[in-house]
Design a protein around this ligand. Structure first.
Ligand code: ATP
Ligand code: MG
Length: 365
């Protein structure tokens, strides 16, 4: 998987931009507010379908313009291909010049992994960020995960509404039972897929982290399932049974509080360094390395599962990393196409090969 040409029009501060990247590392450098992150965000839209900065579509169209147009030409599965997107009033998606119905048709066409400072929240913030990471990563691989998750979320919404009514209408208890069954069916499916994915990414991230940190400390990742007594060996029937039991055990409390207190919406992913919580005890550089290890591990899993090598997008990753961590990142990332942004071009001296591009006021110089 290799991008050969990127063409952007009216995307954020970019009026018109064309870039022909190289096969390996591509360094995008420039001063603050010139459009480096915008460029990364544009490429990511083809893979993630949503801005990693949480921006709405209209916010990404250049001020005063109606539409933004993004095109990427790439080599994948042995042939040249292309994908285009228009954002704004007239939205459209094209793959190999054929118009598609929805942005979701881009799923898997141009796989990428992105790291930007906002992703540090994966280690620094609360569990919802980590659940989002899992949901996006697993959803990219398994559409059945997305359906189970959205089924669960609908059932959860209904159950919570019902919990508040049951306080005054005890005859609704039977209906609650039905929603519990729905929640258990979809919830156990999600738990199983999370369990499998975490085992896989945990092992891979541990290996990458070892390389980044030169084995100075060990990173571990494990599933913190909200069901009491959880064991990673539980199979689907056991997960169902235990989730059902937990819902029943919490029912009285749930009715009092008007919310569901146990289930996959309360899961977490524990990240430890040398046995200590990375969130509570990790340094800035260590936390950054943890997120990078997770992202690169995710990349390896995409490669294995989809048989396509994802493009790696690294926004502002270099600051806070010492020389040896930078060196690992720039030179040991493998045979992948990488886009790295930073303010100074001088990090280029650690780079053994690659291309560098200067971006100024939304244009490549
Ligand atoms: P830094 O080094 O600080 O991270 P950067 O080069 O990554 O800078 P970007 O985040 O890409 O900078 O943003 C560049 C500029 O794009 C910002 O000054 C911002 O105001 C501008 N911008 C954002 N959205 C739009 C928009 N819809 N229309 C026009 N300009 C925009
Ligand atoms: Mg930036």
């Amino acid at each position: 998987m290799r991008i050969k040409r990127i063409a952007l029009q009216n995307f954020r501060n970019i009026e018109q931009l064309e870039l022909r990247p190289g096969e390996g590392i591509n360094l995008i450098h420039g001063e603050n507010a010139q459009g480096k992150t915008n460029l990364i965000e544009a490429v990511w839209l083809f893979s993630g379908m949503k801005s990693f900065r949480g921006a709405r579509e209209s916010e990404m169209v250049r001020f005063g313009q109606e539409n933004a147009r993004l095109t990427v030409e790439f080599f994948s599965e042995g042939r040249d291909q292309s994908a285009s997107l228009t954002l704004g009033g007239k939205r459209g998606v094209w793959v190999n010049e054929i118009k598609r119905d929805a942005v979701s048709d881009l799923c898997g066409v141009l796989p990428a992994v992105v790291f930007s400072p906002v992703h540090l929240s994966l280690v620094k913030d609360g569990p919802s960020e980590r659940r989002r990471f899992l949901d996006t990563a697993i959803g990219q691989l398994l559409p059945s995960y997305n359906s189970a998750l959205s089924y669960y979320q609908k059932a959860l919404f209904q159950r919570n509404a019902l919990l508040r009514d049951v306080q005054y209408h005890s005859e609704l208890l039977d209906t609650l039972e039905i929603w519990d069954q729905n929640l258990v069916r979809a919830g156990a499916q999600v738990m199983l897929l999370r369990q499998r994915y975490i085992a896989r990414i945990g092992q891979a991230a541990k290996e990458v982290y070892e390389g980044i940190s030169k084995g100075r400390e060990e990173m571990n990742v494990f599933y913190q399932c909200s069901v009491e007594g959880y064991d990673p060996d539980w199979d689907l029937p056991k997960l169902r049974g235990e989730l059902e039991k937990a819902l029943r055990a919490h029912r009285a409390e749930d009715i009092r509080q008007g919310v569901t207190s146990v289930g996959i919406h309360r899961d977490d992913l524990a990240i430890t360094l040398g046995g200590l919580s990375a969130r509570l005890y990790g340094s800035q550089g260590q936390q950054r390395s943890c997120v990078l290890a997770l992202k690169l591990a995710e990349c390896g899993i995409i490669e294995e599962s989809m048989g396509k090598v994802p493009v790696i997008l690294l926004d502002d990753v270099m600051s806070e990393l010492d020389h040896s961590r930078r060196d690992y990142l720039l030179n040991r990332i493998g045979e992948r196409q990488v886009f790295i942004t930073c303010c100074e071009e001088d990090i280029f001296h650690v780079l053994q090969s690659g291309r560098s591009f200067l971006i100024e006021n939304g244009a490549i110089k």
